[in-house]
Every structure is written in C-alpha cells, then in structure tokens.
Design a binder for this molecule. Structure first.
Ligand code: NAD
Length: 490
C-alpha cells in the first residue's frame, strides 16, 4: 500500500511566510524519513535566524488586520479550514502515518481529532465576551474586554503531528492572534499540508507562518523568537527540559506561556474494579500510538488480590498485538519514531530487569528485517520502585505492573513524581472514586476510562507537566488577556 497523498500539492517542501512558499534564506535543507524503513520522503528547509526574523515580521504586520477582523469572520475561516481538513482526511491520515509511523486507522483518527479542535474554536470565536462590573463608587462604569495577546510562537512535537498543531493554531486564530510555528523535525509534513489547506481556506498572508528546522538548527531559530519582544506568547508541547528552557528564556520579555510537557501517568486497578474493563482501558490508553503519548500510563499499580488475574488477562491481549508498518493493514503497533526513542525504551526495560523485574511478554526489538525501529509490546512485573521507568517517561509500548496493598500506599506512590499530567484508576466503589479522584495530583483523571481526550475538555497538567489548558471553553484564555476599562464622571 502506498502512503503518499493522492493530492501531490499536499507534500510541501518549503516554509510558508507572509503568504508565500519559500526556501530557507541560505537554501539549507534536511531530510524527512519514514520511521518504518528509514526511506527518504523529501527534504524541507533547515531554517535559521533570518527565516525566524522574517516570520515574526510577517506575523506582526498581519496582526492589526487580523485582530480587527470580526470574531465571526475569523470563526468562518476556521470553519472553511475544518471542512477542507475533513475533505482531505484520507490524504492527511496517510501523511501522518508516512512520516510518524502510526497505523493507518490511527492516522485517519488523528486527523478527525485535529479537525474537532478547529471546529470547536471556530464556534468559540463567537463567544469571546467581557463583563460589566458593578461599580465600587458612584459615577463610574467599569467593564472588561478580552484582547488577543499578539504574535504567538507555536512549537510542536512529533507524536501527533496533526492534532498538536491544530489545537494551537485554531484557538490562536479564533482569539485574533497571528503566529509563527515550528513543527517537530521528525514530522514537519503533516503541519505543512495543514497550512496548505489553511491557505486554500483563505487565511490572509502573514496570519500563519511556519518554518522548519532540524534538531541541530532549532535552538538558533527559536532563540530569535524567545529574544524578540514582539512575540508575546509561546505555546509549546514537548519534553519538560525544553519547556523549562523556554520558560527561562522568556523571562526577559515576560511572554505568556502555555506548556504541555511530559507525563508519568499512574494507572491504578483496585481489587473492586471490573478487571475486563480495566484491561480494555489500559490497552487503549497504553498502546495507542505505540505508547508514544504524553497521557499514556507509565506505571500500572494493581492491588495484590487481583494482580495475577489482571496480569494474565493483560498479557494475553498484549502478546496478540500485531507489530508492523502502517502499510500493513493488520498492524496495531507501528515503528517507534527514531533510534533515540528505541534506545531509551530498551534501556528502561533492561534497567527494570536489573532491578528485579520479570518480562511477562515482549522485551526486545522485533522485525529487524523491516527496519531498526520496531519494539515488541511488553509487559513487565515486579520491578523495584527505583526503576527508571518509574521516574522517567518511557514513551513506548511498555506496561510495567507494580503490586500494592492499600489505597493509602498507592496514592502515595502515584503522586511520588514531579509530573502531573494524567492519572487513571478503576474501581466500582463510589466513595473510593471520589476520594481517589480528589487525591491524584494530575490535571486529568480517567475514572473507569482510558481514552480521556476531547476537544470539549481542558487538556493540560500540573507540577512539572506544565501549565495552560488546550481545548474546552478555557482554551481561548491562554491566547487572550483581560483589559479593564473604567469610565468616570458619569
Ligand atoms: P522535545 O521537547 O524534544 O521536542 C518538542 C519540540 O521542541 C520539537 O519541535 C523540537 O524541535 C523542539 N525543541 C527541541 N529542542 C529545542 C530547544 N532547545 N529550543 C526550542 N525548541 C526545541 O520533545 P519530543 O521528543 O518531540 O516529544 C516527546 C516529549 O513531548 C515527551 O516528553 C512527551 O511527554 C511530550 N509531549 C507532551 C504532550 C502534552 O500534551 N503534554 C504531548 C505530546 C508530547
């Protein structure tokens, strides 16, 4: 099966700045490869400081006009973009699978998920409102209005190349902001294709600008945005170390920040849980996208009494998962994104085994004849709490099981991490449900549910998983500020 989009113009190999498709200023490029077999797909610009600067100039020049465009018209543009994404769902889904490796059904699903944010914020644009405040003293009128913050810099990861950028661009445009964007170096093509469709939807020149860069060149490019006071906000999804760097480097110009960072999600199975439902929930939340999702469970705590039966049921399901390239219609787990990711996953497995862990299924690379990036879906049991995979995100198809005795113990273990993005638990006891939901230190809690993300719900973390929320009625707040107007002498 061929993964190339049927519409040839959806494979772009240039930046988009000020309404024009352009090479990097110095003509440099880097290659984009298919993680399934490392074959070359195309090359895109390896942009530098001059390109970063040009993108800011364009976004700043377009800001006044876009901000003055009525919110309803901004929403209508987003609706046209939404319709075009849906009309090209199959091509975009192929592109996601081509450059990211996920099974085709997941690539198609991600496109719908991305589109759902565009539709949501198309509608939210019409609901930007202020307040009339009861005056504290006579003769005054006091009110608030909400204004777009200005030029936004958008930086995205590779694991959801359509959804991550869509859920930043859509609220930014709805709010009246213009933007400069840099997609992940492993997966720039889906983002460029989405921008091509935004161009087709009629987005005015300069409102969206996107520049690509290799991993080596990225700091030089992003440093220009960090230092420039015209960039008023950074919206970043990616790892915690890079998020902290962006926060530090934004301090001099005091930019607003939204940081969707790493997670280390606990998944707790109490002995009063419906075990089959818990296994179903874990399969969805852990193995979607090959375990390369920031909300996926990293530590699975199972209560003593049900540990063995839960492990048996889980191993049967995981051992049956089919690993293969997106071109194989039976594949449920694709290749990992790159060699760095594979090394980290194998290192976490070896470390867990060295600390007393047992491999119940998987535990090694598979299909070397296809390429070097395939890892067997793995279940581990009884590694010590000092294992690396208890403390760092594995970001792969590895489910480590830990036993626990009491609710009190497991809550302590679950919260014993600097991260706080998602947490999950399964229980049929209503009082326990409220207690545990209150006690988990995470921004998102799945209660008897493994698939929690929705455009209608706020997505984001606490602690070192970052701050800010994407989606939902709160999603526009990060792209706007509140201005207070006070009229006297009435
Ligand atoms: P990453 O932080 O290495 O890269 C993310 C983006 O930051 C990429 O575009 C990359 O080019 C850019 N970047 C890298 N170094 C930079 C620098 N010095 N200055 C500016 N930008 C820089 O992360 P990744 O490997 O692409 O993605 C995996 C990580 O992202 C995981 O830790 C995962 O948990 C996290 N993630 C979080 C969410 C979320 O919503 N919370 C979603 C997806 C991924």
């Amino acid at each position: 099966m061929n993964l190339n989009p049927s519409r040839g113009d959806l494979i772009r190999s240039q930046n988009y700045v000020s309404g024009r498709w352009l090479d990097a200023h110095d003509g440099a490029t880097f290659e984009v490869c298919n993680p399934a077999d490392l074959s070359r797909i195309t090359a895109v610009p390896d942009s530098g400081a001059r390109d970063a600067e040009a993108a800011i100039e364009a976004a700043q020049a377009a800001f006044a006009g876009w901000r003055a465009t009525p919110a309803k018209a901004r929403g209508q543009l987003l609706k046209r973009w939404h319709a075009l994404i849906l009309a090209n769902q199959e091509d975009l889904g192929r592109l996601v699978s081509l450059e990211q490796g996920k099974p085709l059904a997941e690539g198609q699903g991600e496109v719908l998920y991305a589109a759902s944010y565009v539709e949501w914020f198309a509608e939210e644009a019409s609901r930007i409102e202020g307040d009339l405040i009861a005056p504290a003293v006579p003769g005054r009128r006091m009110m608030t209005v909400r204004e777009p913050v200005g030029v936004v810099a958008v930086i995205t990861p590779w694991n959801f190349p359509a959804a991550m950028i869509a859920r930043k661009i859509a609220p930014a445009l709805a709010a009246g902001c213009t933007l400069v964007a840099k997609p992940a170096e492993d997966t720039p093509l889906t983002s460029l294709a989405l921008i091509r469709l935004a161009e087709e939807a009629g987005v005015p020149a300069g409102v969206i600008n996107i520049v690509c860069a290799s991993r080596e060149q990225t700091p030089a490019l992003v440093d220009v945005w960090l230092a420039d006071a015209r960039v008023r906000k950074i919206s970043f999804t990616g790892s915690t170390p890079v998020g902290k760097h962006l926060a530090r480097a934004s301090a001099d110009t005091l930019k607003k920040l939204s940081l969707e960072l790493g997670g280390n999600a606990p998944f707790i199975v109490f002995d009063d849980a419906d075990l089959d439902a818990a296994v179903d929930g874990l399969m969805v939340s852990k193995f979607r996208n090959g375990g390369q999702t920031c909300v996926c469970p990293n530590r699975i705590y199972v209560q003593d009494k049900v540990f063995d039966s839960f492990a048996d049921k889980l191993v049967a399901r995981v051992a049956a998962l089919q690993v293969g390239p997106a071109t194989d219609p039976k594949a449920q787990i694709g290749p990992m994104i790159n060699a760095r990711a594979v090394e980290k996953i194998l290192h976490h497995i070896d470390d867990a085994v060295a600390r007393g862990g047992r491999v119940l299924t998987g535990g090694q690379r598979v299909h070397p004849e296809l390429g070097p990036n395939y890892v067997a879906p793995t279940v581990l049991a009884d590694a010590g709490q000092d294992a690396l995979l208890c403390h760092e995100e594995t970001f792969g198809p590895v489910a480590p099981l830990f036993r626990f005795r009491s609710e009190e113990d497991v809550i302590r273990q679950a919260n014993d991490t600097p991260f706080g993005l998602a947490g999950y638990f399964y229980s049929e006891n209503v009082s326990r449900i409220w207690r545990v939901a209150d006690a988990l230190e995470t921004g998102i809690v799945g209660i008897n549910e493994g698939a929690v993300a929705s455009e209608a719900a706020p997505f984001g973390g606490v602690k070192e998983s970052g701050y800010g929320r994407e989606g939902s009625k709160y999603g526009l707040d990060d792209y706007m500020h509140i201005k207070y107007l006070c009229q006297g002498n009435l």
